[in-house]
Ligand binder design. Structure first.
Ligand SMILES: C[S@@+](CC[C@H](N)C(=O)[O-])C[C@H]1O[C@@H](n2cnc3c(N)ncnc32)[C@H](O)[C@@H]1O
Length: 260
């Protein structure tokens, strides 16, 4: 497979196939087609060959340059996530733009992927992205029109990246990014919100240590293995929430809890 190909089709055909095309690293829209650079985002040749074979549109080789891309693009939870160097989404496809950086959540990770897929089962409303990393969950929540988000992380590199990504996505009015440890959040920054927390056990415990035992509208927990998930979900159940959905990929578990 050449380093750059043009997948040919009219705009509606390309939009219909876009969930697959996103994984082939789109780099430019051209008349009658979408230029993709399948190897530029770091995915394996075998994976990309399989992906290209799954596209129900013709393609031809293209001799332009294949720019290196900082991370692979993808569609998850109905949102196209891309770098500034990727081509934009077709009209009607929600997208977020993540700038390069050190925050977790740029590459495809099972824990982030499960969270994105489980957003649609949560109630609309203001959210707290607790341990936001790159900002991917906060940006997806805002882009999908679910509500405003407070995104918090201890890591200054993640905070800078999430903030810049909110600007790059045009979502800075909806997503507030702040550097903080989760245990020092004010109770009203947790109570009544949809809390998204894809983070290790120490961060889950820090969130549970916010004074006053605030009760969120819903909690989406990920980033834990079975034993820790049992204990952390149990702590939220003790505050009156109940498990509404669960998922697992390999050893990683994700659980959503909401009002009974
Ligand atoms: C696994 S990453 C998740 C990033 C992103 N939310 C996602 O779903 O891909 C967990 C994040 O939690 C942050 N974190 C860990 N402990 C924390 C704490 N006590 N307070 C605030 N952030 C914390 C880390 O810096 C890291 O960015």
């Amino acid at each position: 497979m050449p380093p750059r190909v043009v997948v040919m089709g009219d705009p509606s055909e390309l939009a219909t196939e876009f969930a697959v095309l996103a994984g082939l690293e789109p780099v430019a829209w051209v008349p009658g087609g979408l230029v993709v650079a399948p190897f530029a985002g770091g995915r394996s040749p075998d994976e990309q060959r399989t992906r290209l074979d799954a596209v129900a549109l013709p393609w031809r080789a293209d001799d332009g340059p294949a720019p290196p891309l900082p991370f692979p693009a993808a569609v998850g939870g109905g949102v196209y996530r891309r770098s500034p160097g990727h081509a934009p989404a077709p009209p009607g496809t929600p997208e977020v733009v993540l700038v390069d950086g050190e925050g977790f959540g740029l590459a495809e990770h099972a824990t982030t992927g499960m969270c994105l897929d489980m957003l649609d089962g949560l109630p609309d409303g203001p959210a707290l992205d607790a341990g936001c990393g790159s900002g991917i969950l906060a940006l997806a929540w805002a882009r999908l029109g679910r509500g405003a988000v407070l995104a918090v992380d201890l890591d200054p590199h993640a905070v800078a990246q999430a903030r810049e990504s909110a600007w790059a996505s045009g979502l800075d009015a909806m997503v507030t990014v702040r550097r903080a440890a989760l245990n020092v959040l004010a109770p009203e920054e947790v109570a009544g919100r949809v809390v998204l927390v894809n983070a290790p056990r120490v961060a889950q415990d820090a969130l549970l240590a916010v004074p006053g035992d605030p009760v969120p509208a819903a909690v989406l927990i990920s980033g834990l293995q079975a034993d820790d998930m049992h204990e952390v979900a149990g702590a939220w159940e003790a505050r009156g929430l109940m498990v509404t959905r669960s998922d697992a990929v390999g050893r990683w578990h994700a659980v959503a809890l909401g009002a009974p």
